[in-house]
Design a protein around this ligand. Structure first.
Ligand code: ATP
Length: 621
């Protein structure tokens, strides 16, 4: 019988399977504070002060008042915190030093559930299974059955087909959401489960249900480690190990049911009917009646705790591994920076799963698309009615065509302002999933762009062009219509690419709206149609070369004016080319195509920058 299959008794609790033991030793973590408007580097703030401890199979709670460093400790030992702040310290799992692998093989449930609101509970779990289980070892049927088992285990069967919920869709309850988040992480059958404040925001009953669920998991081969604020007694009594924190220090690390004894030895006694969890926090906050002095760096009993913990760490290490392994372990440590993430699924497989989710998302939140389509039809009819059947007589023939093209380009460019939310709305979901090895950044980027460009930009533009072109009575040749539609579509893609670039760069929608309007206005002013750049602002005339407006309008003029005759009187006509010459527009074949190439160039540069910015988003906490 293997170690895992044995029923192991720890204290009075029956463990069906043993989870791993996690040890951390001498962890010092600092953050660089920023001061002033220019965010100059300020003094370094120590948020974890040389702390050590052992987290054993079972339920391990990290408790402490707000700002005491619970989440920071959890993040450091789970490998989620920026390694730049780690001054020294080591983390071992079953005697082996932690590497980037831990991040991918353990599970971390974040405080704010990051789930796709438009998908049902089952679909979210299946998404996780599809991307995190190796298709070589797990067939579709395997994945399905694992999802069903988890639904059953977490008591989610009844709401399996209910959507998680968005601003537009009423979804599952808070407790069900949390259980779904836990389920997303249990898909890979991790033996280490980290949870950041799993009960925050839940009512007392639901919080108890979540902790009972974690307790059940901890008896089946999972070591559950979580930070928690101020649990009620029925929750507290389910803890096996307790780590109490105060200002970045560990003030108690040991069995939860021995903590009262420990503090009574130090001269603090709990009052009758008081909840031990409240009592500990009162001690830490200095509100309990006691003779106890809490540890601060250098105080005697902190040193004692550290020594005891270090001895325990060494003992556990020596029991678990041989001496050589221990030495290697100490050399390893938490240096995870720069290690490459290996994905279990291929690029194309990820692309299929993500595109499927993006399409589902689009279909299930049609409000934005409806609005986009309604506006498209409205503006097409509006411009068609204002410039209905433009005559070929002068001067109105020229004046109305210039006005119509300017109106069209403005409408096409500014209707893309809404695209700035593309990478902002789902940023937390992307960061969580990408950091947990669900998919590559490139796959996410391409699937999002693809799912947006085709239904929201390209197809509506073709409709817009068809309605407005024939209502305005422009050149009837079908080829001219195709050139016009191509120009409109590429102008739209150019503008939306600028919006995507901004969207991937900033994380606030208000900021993004400001930043995207600015280049659009600059491009409009310096497009060469509103300001004569030869006479005024000539030192800024280079800006016309990056103006989407300039290329869009030039291409439209070339399409419409070449081969067109305008009537001054019934007998006197002027060729459209004369107008183009007057404007300095090259109306040769290449002259037309160079505008399209420039629009494609602007779009490509913006999309490449957007992708780079997406890659640069910090995954660390
Ligand atoms: N990335 C960071 N940048 C700036 N300060 C940070 C950062 N991470 C942690 N801190 C600071 O470190 C201290 C500990 O933070 P941490 O979130 O770990 O505490 P906590 O005990 O989990 O608090 P809470 O219960 O309120 O979540 C706080 O003072 C916090 O402001």
């Amino acid at each position: 019988m293997s170690n895992k299959e044995k029923s192991v008794h720890v204290g009075e609790e029956c463990f069906q399977q043993h989870g791993p033991t996690l040890m951390f030793s001498n962890i010092k973590y600092c953050i660089q504070e920023r001061v002033g408007l220019l965010c100059k580097k300020g003094p370094e703030k120590v948020i974890l002060k040389d702390i050590s401890g052992i987290l054993k199979p079972g339920m391990n709670a990290i408790m402490g008042p707000t700002g005491s460093g619970k989440t920071s400790l959890l993040d450091v030992i789970a490998g989620r915190k920026d390694p730049a702040g780690l001054r020294h310290g080591t983390v071992f799992v079953d005697g082996r030093p932690v590497t980037n692998d831990l991040r991918l093989t353990s599970a971390y449930v974040v405080q704010d559930d990051v789930l796709m609101g438009t998908l049902s509970v089952r679909e979210n779990l299946l998404f996780s299974a599809n991307l995190r289980l190796d298709p070589k070892n797990h067939s579709s049927a395997d994945k399905q059955s694992r999802v069903e088992n988890i639904l059953e285990e977490l008591g989610l069967t009844e709401c399996a087909n209910t959507k998680i919920g968005t601003d537009f869709i009423r979804g599952v309850s808070g407790g069900e959401r949390k259980r779904c988040s836990i389920g997303m992480e249990l898909i890979t059958a991790p033996s280490l489960l980290f949870l950041d404040e799993p009960t925050t925001g839940l009512d007392a009953y639901t919080a108890n249900c979540i902790i009972s669920l974690l307790h059940k998991l901890s008896r089946n081969g999972k070591t559950v480690i979580f930070s928690i604020h101020q649990p009620r007694y029925s929750i507290f009594e389910q803890f096996d190990q307790l780590t109490l924190m105060h200002k970045g220090d560990v003030v108690y690390a040991g069995k939860a049911d021995k903590a009262l004894e420990y503090f009574s030895l130090l001269g603090t006694f709990i009052k009758a009917f008081n909840n031990p969890a409240d009592f500990f926090l009162d001690i830490i906050n200095g509100e309990a009646e006691s003779t106890l002095e809490l540890p601060a760096t250098g105080k005697p009993h902190e040193t004692l705790i550290t020594i005891v913990v270090c001895v325990l760490v060494l003992l556990e290490l020596i029991c678990a591994t041989d001496v050589e392994q221990v030495c290697q372990a100490f050399e390893g440590g938490l240096k995870t920076k720069g290690e490459k993430v290996d994905y279990v699924t291929s690029f194309f497989y990820q692309m299929r799963i993500l595109s499927h989710r993006a399409v589902l998302n689009l279909l299930r939140t049609p409000q934005t698309s409806y609005a986009q389509w309604a506006l498209t039809v409205f503006f097409a009819l509006l411009v068609g009615l204002i410039y209905y059947q433009i005559p070929l007589t002068l001067p109105e023939g020229l004046q109305n065509r210039s006005g119509a093209f300017f109106f069209l380009v403005i409408n096409v460019v500014f209707s893309n302002l809404g695209a700035v939310e593309l990478f902002i709305k789902e940023r937390s979901v992307f960061i969580h999933e990408n950091a947990n090895g669900y998919y590559r950044t490139s796959v996410y980027f391409l699937s999002k762009i693809g799912a947006d460009l085709l239904p929201n930009r390209i197809v509506p533009n073709i409709f817009f062009s068809a309605i407005s072109y024939y209502m305005m009575g422009l050149k009837p040749a079908f080829l001219s219509f195709l050139c016009f539609t191509l120009t409109m579509t590429l102008t739209s893609i150019g503008a939306v690419s600028v919006a995507f670039m901004v969207s991937a760069t900033v994380n606030s929608l208000a900021m993004a709206n400001l930043l995207v309007a600015l280049p659009f206005v600059i491009m409009m002013v310096f497009g060469g149609f509103l300001v004569n750049l030869n006479n005024m602002l000539s030192w800024l005339s280079w800006l016309e070369w990056i103006s989407i407006f300039k290329y869009g309008m030039n291409a439209m003029f070339i399409t419409e004016m070449t081969g067109q005759l305008f009537y001054v009187t019934d007998n006197i006509t002027i060729q459209g080319e004369m107008f183009l010459q007057g404007q300095g527009i090259d109306y040769s074949r290449w002259g037309f195509w160079q505008n399209q190439v420039a629009l494609i160039g602007i779009s490509s540069v913006c999309l490449v920058v957007a992708y780079i910015q997406l890659r640069r988003i910090k995954r660390w906490k």
